[in-house]
Design a protein around this ligand. Structure first.
Ligand code: ATP
Ligand code: ZN
Length: 226
């Protein structure tokens, strides 16, 4: 188990879609930080709550390892890493505590424009490119569909044109990227937004009170924004 701490650590994305809204949300909760030079770690000033600026992919693991107490991350990323852990028999190590009302997108299956989509049975024997292999594999298994999952870390939407996959499973917000690649969305696997993620078990030291306080403030701020 991780050692006791008397300061809270929150991991947020260093740069990217969730970076700015995550920081603004925490600022609206009354947090402020001393400007750090390396910009990886920001020391909390108004409260003993420090920030870690990282890649979004690292956030679930930082919580699982007890390095951070909270994280702001897309539900898509949290669920993917949770599903991947479960697939190899690891216990749940984090959970989504609150939806934060930003970063909305959907994880969707998209097929070439010319396909006549008739349902999931059409996926049998097809190759599906995705950066979300665990969520996709679970979804296919639940439906009893035998398709091949092709894991790609980026540029998933060009896979059908390159011939490395027949269709894709990717995040969609406006749909413009799909359209530009002659793809059309056909099924939604997950409705995602940014979430506040935390450990399954609250630490039993000074952090517990800070975590409860931050959740209360967050509820006030997120509800007012509605
Ligand atoms: P990092 O360098 O931190 O790994 P990234 O490239 O993985 O960054 P971003 O593209 O900034 O991440 O996306 C972060 C999150 O924003 C996604 O995981 C998702 O939850 C959300 N999001 C909202 N809309 C979209 C979209 N259209 N495409 C991708 N992600 C989106
Ligand atoms: Zn990422």
């Amino acid at each position: 188990t991780a050692p006791a701490r008397d300061r809270l650590r929150i991991a947020i994305q260093k740069s990217g879609r969730l970076a700015e809204p995550a920081r603004s949300l925490l600022t609206a909760c009354g947090l402020s930080w001393r400007q750090s030079r390396d910009k990886l770690f920001c020391y909390g000033e108004s409260l003993p709550v420090d920030l870690l600026l990282v890649r979004d992919d690292d956030i679930p693991g930082l919580i699982a390892d007890g390095v951070c107490d909270f994280g702001i991350v897309g539900r898509n990323e949290l669920d993917e890493q949770g599903a991947a852990r479960r697939r190899i028999g690891l216990p749940d190590a984090y959970q989504a505590l609150r939806g934060l009302n930003f970063g909305q997108c959907r994880l969707m299956l998209a097929v070439p424009d010319e396909w006549d989509w008739q349902g999931v049975q059409q996926l049998a024997g097809k190759r599906i490119a995705t950066s979300y292999p665990a969520i996709l594999a679970d979804w296919l298994a639940e439906r009893g569909v035998d398709a091949q999952v092709v894991e790609l870390s980026g540029s998933v939407e060009i896979a059908p044109r390159l011939g490395t996959a027949d269709l894709i499973c990717d995040l969609v917000s406006s749909g413009a990227t799909l359209a530009a690649n002659q793809l059309k969305p056909v099924e939604t696997l997950l409705e995602s937004e940014a979430v506040l993620a935390g450990p399954v078990k609250t630490p039993d030291d000074a952090r517990a009170g800070l975590m409860a306080m931050l959740l209360r403030r967050l509820d006030g701020v997120v509800n007012v924004q509605d």
